[in-house]
Design a protein around this ligand. Structure first.
Ligand SMILES: [Zn+2]
Length: 128
């Protein structure tokens, strides 16, 4: 995950989708550029997590540069770096249950502390 301002931040993506548009993808690094629809199965899960009482900061959905075949580019993955006001890491007591809840909500790819490249954020992705 790497970020820069290009109109494809998580907030930009939510605004685009809320307005009925596809979400912008970044076009630097491995990112393919263009646009993609954020899939309802992921958006519904995010809403459920909020309804469960979680507050979380989403750092990326369709935007930013990820691994070449990342599900982010398909609009079915999101990254989170804060859960309930605490930075994601081994000291955060919430991330394991948060990821477990993502799996219950259909995520089939969940990464976090202990997984390479995910010591400070979690990644949840739904099936293609
Ligand atoms: Zn990710």
């Amino acid at each position: 995950m790497s970020g820069r301002y290009d109109g494809a931040s998580a907030l930009d993506n939510i605004k685009q989708v809320s307005a009925g548009h596809a979400a912008k993808r970044s076009s630097y690094g491995s990112a393919p550029g263009g646009y993609v629809w954020l899939k309802p199965r992921m958006l519904r899960a995010m809403k459920s997590l909020a309804r469960d009482g979680y507050s979380f900061r989403v750092t990326s959905m369709a935007g930013a540069s990820h691994s070449r075949t990342s599900r982010h580019y398909a609009g079915i993955a999101f990254d989170v770096d804060y859960i309930n006001g605490l930075k994601v890491g081994y000291g955060n007591p919430y991330w394991r249950k948060f990821l477990q809840r993502c799996r219950e909500l259909g995520a089939t790819e969940t990464l976090g502390p202990g997984d390479r490249g995910h010591s400070t954020h979690i990644h949840a992705a739904w099936p293609r």
